[in-house]
Design a binder for this molecule. Structure first.
Ligand code: NDP
Length: 331
């Protein structure tokens, strides 16, 4: 069986361009003893992948050049030489950016698709949703009746965070780029929403949207949003530092915001986190998510591109805001 796969050709300095990616092809053998052969159906597209394109180790190794890239993927077993898997089974792996692969069965997660669509295991019912959950529950420790600002509110983590915050009884102000995204944030429960692209004073706009400031800030963007959050947070406010996408394509260092003293003056609590360090919360996440979905409080939303050849453009599209909800590629 042949499988097309995407390789990284060079580590981009600044914004990645199509030249940084190349489509290759590999022969995928029959599965040996203990292995399964999987045909991918859905590929995850995530901002953290930009960090793996930098050529240096952060909390995770960089992608190797000239080899298939990696990422979340959901596929179906095509042939199996492992007693725990049968053809047709849905499985999740980190063998993304490719159409098919052979792998030992023990490294794969079998999926129950009775109540959750296979692709949503890459989004709200997977690490994306878990990220929103950890940020709200553990980092911000959000309580019913409190207020929270969710940045990149129309994105994958952001839209999950809006819905989870509402399910937890909090008041939400969301920010997103463009009127359609602002409307979407409202449609999933945000009490107010601000188009950051059409305001020249983000802090003022968010403060106006939620009189008196916010108790919590869910940081997905960084840069201008970080600076504004230090203004908007109430004394003893809490920040979940989840991501800073506005900075991921910076070629060099940027100056620090000049209002950092607010961290001291307001006794702010800032908690950075990587979702994989918080898997002890998995059971509670699954329990709450199941209950919220059953009650109609949480609805998945995906933006879907088709074909392995569109993985690079889907990835680059994250930085121009092409997605609403989770960005996925369907094969
Ligand atoms: P999203 O679905 O939110 O996609 C990215 C969005 O970011 C875009 O749609 C765009 O929305 C916004 N964006 C892109 N560039 C800029 C910019 N220059 N300024 C402002 N906004 C921008 O991605 P995810 O939900 O997957 O990830 C959201 C954040 O969470 C990222 O920072 C990511 O790195 C982080 N993350 C962290 C994890 C962790 O373990 N800590 C795990 C998973 C994700 P718009 O059109 O509104 O601008």
């Amino acid at each position: 069986m042949k499988s097309r796969e995407v390789h990284l050709t060079a580590y981009p300095k600044g914004e990645p361009t199509p030249e940084h990616f190349k489509l290759g092809e590999a022969d995928i053998p029959e599965p040996a003893e203990g292995e399964v052969r999987v045909v991918n159906k859905w590929l995850s597209v995530d901002p953290y992948m930009r960090g793996r394109m930098s050529g240096i180790r952060t909390y995770i190794d960089p992608f190797a050049l000239g080899a298939p890239m990696e990422g979340g993927a959901v596929g179906q077993v095509e042939s199996s030489n492992h007693e725990g898997f049968a053809p047709g089974d849905w499985v999740m792996s980190m063998n993304g950016w490719r159409e098919a692969y052979v792998a030992p069965g023990q490294g794969l997660q079998k999926l129950d698709t009775t109540h959750i669509a296979p692709e949503d295991y890459l989004g709200i019912a997977g690490l994306t949703g878990m990220t929103a959950y950890v940020g709200l529950k553990r980092c911000i420790d959000l309580q019913a009746g409190e207020s929270v600002w969710i940045s990149a509110g129309a994105g994958a983590v952001g839209s999950a965070a809006i819905q989870f915050s509402k399910a937890m009884g909090a008041k939400v102000v969301a920010t997103a780029g463009g009127q359609d995204k602002v409307e979407y944030c409202r449609s999933i429960g945000a009490d107010s929403a601000v188009d950051y692209k059409s305001t020249d004073n983000l802090a003022k706009a968010v403060k106006q949207a939620n009189e008196g400031g916010v108790d919590g800030y869910f940081e997905n963007v960084g840069g201008t949003h970080w600076t504004a959050a230090l203004e908007v947070l109430k004394p003893k406010g809490r920040i979940a530092a989840c991501g800073m996408i506005q900075r991921y394509n910076d070629a060099g260092a940027q100056p620090l915001p000049d209002n950092l003293t607010n961290i001291v003056a307001k006794s702010l609590h800032i908690q950075g986190f990587i979702v994989s360090d918080h898997f002890d919360m998995l059971e509670s996440f699954i329990g709450d998510l199941g209950a919220w979905m059953a009650a109609g409080k949480v609805t998945p939303r995906n933006t879907v591109k088709e074909g392995i050849e569109n993985m690079p453009s889907a990835f680059m599209g994250l930085f121009s805001g092409e997605n609403t909800g989770k960005m996925l590629v369907k094969l």
